[in-house]
Design a protein around this ligand. Structure first.
Ligand code: NAG
Ligand code: NAG
Length: 170
């Protein structure tokens, strides 16, 4: 039994490490750009010039395009779009937990952005994830994929993160 608990603990530790180390590569930008093929006339809402308070809505818009229109109109043999959607899910959840969630306002609506071919859509996703002023909590300028994650060192958010991970083995 003790042996089992030790293995469970190791699995949890490995899992926690993986979920805590997010990177731009998790969004499969380059992979999607080079391997995914869509119909010639396929177009996707591609948020650009996104207002700071609309960032989470824009991420959700792109998540829905990838799991909706792109899923039916594009070929993706390596499931890169699925990976990207998973990463977007995590980021949206993380932002929501940090009071940077969806506004669902008309101003931030997906339909308000231009529809573009897949490669331009992917390019828009890449720029949305780049560092910019005010995109994170307290005007954070770090890139989105790390802005809402705990910073290194023992601050409050790191402790919170660890205790959350610990819960999964209880
Ligand atoms: C997509 O691929 C093209 C051609 O290789 C390249 O010019 C472009 O910069 C790439 N876009 C992204 C977002 O990686
Ligand atoms: C953030 O704003 C400062 C001051 O306006 C500017 O110098 C800096 O380049 C901006 N950084 C980004 C990532 O936009």
């Amino acid at each position: 039994m003790e042996h089992f608990i030790r293995i469970a603990l190791w699995i949890t530790l490995i899992f926690c490490q993986q979920t805590n180390s997010a990177s731009i590569a998790d969004y499969r930008i380059e992979k999607m750009n080079t391997t995914v093929t869509c119909y010639e006339d396929s177009r996707f809402y591609a948020p650009t010039n996104v207002k700071t308070h609309c960032i989470t809505d824009a991420l959700d818009c792109m998540r829905r395009e990838l799991s909706g229109t792109a899923k039916t109109e594009c070929e993706d043999f390596n499931d890169y779009m699925v990976n990207s959607v998973d990463s977007l899910d995590r980021l949206i959840k993380k932002r929501s937990e940090n009071y940077l969630g969806l506004t669902n306002s008309n101003e931030c609506a997906c339909e308000g952005y231009e529809k573009k071919p897949f490669v331009e859509f992917v390019k828009a996703l890449e720029s949305l994830l780049q560092p910019r002023n005010g995109s994170g909590k307290g005007g954070d300028v770090r890139p989105l994929w790390e802005a809402e994650l705990p910073t290194s060192g023992a601050n409050k958010r790191t402790v919170h993160e660890k205790s959350e991970c610990g819960k999964s083995i209880q």
